[in-house]
Design a protein around this ligand. Sequence first.
Ligand code: ZN
Ligand code: ZN
Length: 282
Amino acid sequence: MEEIKIMKLACKRHEFQTFCNHSPTALGWKAESASERIQQRFRALEIKSDFHMHTNFTDGDSSVQDMIRAANEKGLAKIAITEHIRAGSPWVDKYIEAVENGRKSSGSAVILGFETKLLDMNGTLDISKSAENRAELIVCSLHRIPGLNIMEGDTTIQKLDPHKTKEVYLEALRAICRNKSVDIIGHPFDLLHKFNITMPDETEMHNLASFIGAHGKAVEINTNYCVPPPEFIRICRFHGVKFSIGSDAHHASKVGDISWALEMLRSAGGNKNDVMDLMRSD
Ligand SMILES: [Zn+2]
Ligand SMILES: [Zn+2]
């Protein structure tokens, strides 16, 4: 049977094209027909959750209500709104109120979440205790690497030893795992890829995935950043790590935009049983 090129799923961030252009044929399976069959496979996964999105409380363009409305219109079973938070964010109470009001009339289950970042290698998060206690879901992402003065868009990273930077990055991921409040590791490896830093080799990926699994954290498959790479998804599955599917939507039109993530999960042999289904009760 002739191998047919898989459709290219759009990725907003051109710098991540290498990851985004991983074709399923390159990953060892053959497409039997064109995009409609692929869409059927996505539906067959029965995954209708989106656990990563932002609103106009920070850098999103849409209100909480508009994001929930979009989730309803797209038939999503469950979403988590995961606003960027810092320890001093002044809008937290209003945000919680908006989410709690919005979900009263929502057909989709709506989880109150935050996306926070790691402050140090002890696992300290940039979130207040009160917000942490109210959160039903916490995504922790590395927007910078603690100990290295690197932030997204920072050119100093190019002057650093890439192997050292990779080691520090991996240690930061392990620090996230050590924090009991974190549920999901957000968009792993995006900084490494963005700054052309050496990716972990297979052994390092196995060690990391084993560590993540032992600490019960989920790994996010993020459609916005097109990470992590498929080989890491396969290795995580090997170690029994669960995944979170996230659009990282910053506009209502992008809610539920998870096709890339589902394609990666499916091509790694995954299915809905690999996806976390968390609603924190305490
Ligand atoms: Zn992020
Ligand atoms: Zn985000």
